[in-house]
Design a protein around this ligand. Structure first.
Ligand SMILES: *[C@@H]1O[C@H](CO)[C@@H](O)[C@H](O)[C@H]1NC(C)=O
Ligand SMILES: *[C@@H]1O[C@H](CO)[C@@H](O)[C@H](O)[C@H]1NC(C)=O
Ligand SMILES: *[C@@H]1O[C@H](CO)[C@@H](O)[C@H](O)[C@H]1NC(C)=O
Ligand SMILES: [Zn+2]
Length: 512
């Protein structure tokens, strides 16, 4: 019986879905539909006035590798999953009033990695490929140059702390990975997440301090009120099952002990309240109103993909909510960095389905921040660090599943192809034989979460793309983020809105 009912229900669902979106599409035949649609959008635009308030709070959301084709495909994926007209759907941040484009190249590289780009969008200075928090005077692996103070560049997290704001970082990767490390570290190699990697390259531990250690021992990292993500291994000695550190340091214990004598704030004499958590349930049970410093490391390495996570790890949305609730207690405001880091990891192995799902998780986290804050005092900027080489190809009919086969076969080899595919990556050759493409319809897991979408040039890891990425902004001075801008403008513009840092701000006398 069960065997009959289940396919029947699936049939009904599929049918309903089809009917819904066909209905929607039939409306589009009327010119009035499009005219009204445009007039409604126009009225929304005309109702907006420029927001010239001071940004008390600043939240920077970074979709790692969230290229424009990723955003378009994720929007369609979202709508189709919900049984609607995917093409007309939007992600949460696509409703923001301002968008611009960011040029992501680095000083020595046409195409950015997450390290030099983090340096640009967090410190306001462009640097060399794979280096973090140092100027382009520092070459990859040059530990000595990275130690020179004038070569070190501070992030907006430092500027925020200097003004008494609370600060925090949230990511789905290791908290020592390149993007979050851009908020607090100075290193000539993004790979130096713990001492084990510095030793592996025979570099001097005197000259190069690993990223985890910088987070726990140095400002601004040691004063972060919130640190949530993965990467426990980089904080624990290799004598423990989870750790890889060879210097025998337990950085988590150090984080807890170091705060025993801390005050809640500079004006309050009360003791700081700290909390360290390692699973989702403990995070959800934290009393955020009574927590000043929150450290959560939910996996040994990166967090699992949302689609593979067995609910022991929090979602990006849950971590974002926790962070905002801890940070918003400060009347002076806060700076928060939130990264959806697994969009990039999925693209690197040609798993487009997972990249889209991670983009939807990212979109939900942004929506949570919108719900928990007010547009009149909180600037939210959403962007990506670099693109990827996934493209959306062919001339499929409206409503064709975005993760599936395109609507037409090739008119050359008469075989089907996927709507989504890559210029390069590990899947090259997987779906072809001596240059002849396989019939994808015979592939078992086609279009499923672990399916590796076809790629052309064989590379162990699919590469980043050099095309511009989008910046979405909402809140005070959001309009600054329009046009085609250099990626390193981003923290300068945020600092202007929040009256942070040494550049011109809306509070400067020379501006007024
Ligand atoms: C580091 O030094 C060891 C011992 O001298 C050598 O075996 C190893 O190849 C070196 N590794 C690198 C990355 O240079
Ligand atoms: C920890 O690292 C040291 C030095 O490389 C090694 O000798 C030891 O076996 C490692 N311990 C564990 C538990 O892996
Ligand atoms: C923002 O709006 C809220 C409610 O709409 C209001 O209470 C608050 O005073 C406003 N803040 C600023 C900075 O205008
Ligand atoms: Zn990457």
């Amino acid at each position: 019986m069960r065997y009959l009912i289940v396919p029947f229900i699936i049939y009904i669902l599929a049918k309903t879905e089809g009917v819904l979106s066909q209905d929607e599409i039939s409306k589009e035949r009327s010119p009035e539909f499009w005219r009204k649609n445009a007039q409604d959008d126009l009225l929304i635009k005309l109702s907006k006035t420029l927001n010239l308030n001071k940004a008390k709070n600043i939240i920077l959301f970074l979709g790692d590798g969230m290229s424009n084709p990723t955003i378009t495909a994720a929007r369609i994926f979202k709508g189709q999953n919900e049984g609607f007209n995917g093409e007309r759907d939007s992600l949460s941040f696509e409703k923001f009033p301002t968008v611009g484009l960011s040029k992501t190249y680095c000083v020595d590289s046409q195409v950015a990695d997450s390290a030099c780009s983090a340096t640009a969008y967090l410190t306001g200075v462009k640097s060399n490929y794979q280096t973090i928090g140092v100027s382009a005077e520092v070459k990859l692996n040059d530990c000595l140059a990275s130690k020179v103070e004038k070569n070190q560049v501070d992030s907006i997290a430092v500027w925020a702390q200097n003004n008494g704001l609370s600060t925090g970082i949230v990511t789905t990767t290791t908290v020592t990975n390149a993007s979050p490390a851009g908020t607090y570290s100075h290193t000539p190699n993004r790979g130096f997440e713990s001492d084990v990697y510095i030793r592996a390259l025979n570099q001097s531990l005197e000259d190069c301090e690993d990223i985890a250690k910088q987070l726990i021992f140095r400002d601004p990292g040691k004063s972060f009120n919130v640190i949530l993500g993965g990467g426990r291994k980089n904080f624990l000695p290799n004598s423990t099952t989870n750790g890889n550190r060879l210097d025998n340091l337990d950085l988590i214990k150090h984080w807890e002990d170091s705060k025993l004598n801390w005050k809640r704030s500079k004006i309050m004499s009360k003791k700081a309240r700290t909390k360290y958590v390692t699973d989702r349930e403990s995070l959800l049970n934290v009393d955020f109103r009574r927590t000043d410093y929150l450290l959560g490391l939910f996996n040994r390495g990166h967090l699992d993909y949302h689609l593979d996570s067995k609910s022991r790890q929090p979602t990006l949305k849950e971590m974002t909510e926790a962070a905002i609730k801890v940070l918003q207690k400060n009347n002076k405001g806060y700076f928060l960095f939130v990264e959806g880091g697994l969009i990039d990891k999925a693209h690197h192995v040609n798993m487009a389905y997972k990249a889209l799902d991670e983009t939807l998780e990212f979109s939900k986290a942004v929506q949570k921040a919108v719900d928990l804050t007010q547009e009149n005092d909180t600037l939210i900027v959403v962007t990506a660090d670099h693109a990827h080489v996934m493209s959306m190809a062919g001339y499929s009919d409206r409503g064709n599943p975005i993760t599936g086969i395109a609507g037409q076969v090739s008119n050359i080899d008469k075989l089907p192809y996927m709507t989504l595919s890559y210029a390069n990556g590990p899947s090259a050759g997987q779906h072809s034989n001596r240059g002849l493409r396989d019939d994808l319809r015979n592939v078992d897991n086609i279009g499923e979460k672990d399916f590796q979408y076809p790629s052309l040039v064989p590379l162990q890891y699919e590469s980043h793309g050099g095309d511009d990425v989008t910046v979405f902004a909402r809140g005070p001075w959001a309009h600054l983020f329009s046009g085609v801008i250099e990626q390193n403008n981003i923290p300068h513009f945020m600092a202007f809105a929040g009256c942070l840092g040494n550049g011109l701000t809306m509070c400067s006398n020379d501006y007024k």
